[in-house]
Design a protein. Structure first.
Length: 125
């Protein structure tokens, strides 16, 4: 397999594999659509070309796999989150960490009344 990727054949083999993968995924989308949705919702069945278009539409709308829990979430959230937290002072960071631990992790006892009061005060500003 290493020889194929180092030779000039890679310009033939890789596009053929990519097209085969696209048709395999499109076929799976078509089969799943035609198996489930006509019976559940009463929609019509789709062809292979329609399932390919549906696959591309989903990839455009929902992304190409650049997010997820291991990579820090969606790509548009990282720069805003980093800019917001970079400007915090050390005491504000510690306060925020304590609140996040109390709210989301349940590691410490939190005072929910005080948290709600702080939230309303922050929203009023």
């Amino acid at each position: 397999m290493k020889r194929i990727f180092k030779s000039r054949m890679r310009f033939v083999v890789i596009p053929i594999l990519a097209i085969a993968f696209l048709f395999l995924v499109s076929y799976l989308v078509m089969v799943l659509w035609n198996y489930t949705l006509p019976g559940l919702l009463g929609v019509s069945t789709i062809t292979l070309w329609q399932s390919t278009a549906l696959f591309f539409l989903c990839k455009i709308l929902f992304g190409f796999g650049k997010g997820g829990p291991k990579r820090g979430g969606p790509p548009w959230a990282g720069k805003y989150r980093d800019a917001r937290f970079r400007d915090l002072s050390e005491t504000e960071r510690e306060k925020m960490k304590a609140r996040m631990r109390a709210r989301w992790c349940g590691w410490e006892d939190a005072d929910p009344v005080r948290d709600r009061e702080e939230d309303t005060q922050n929203h009023e500003k």
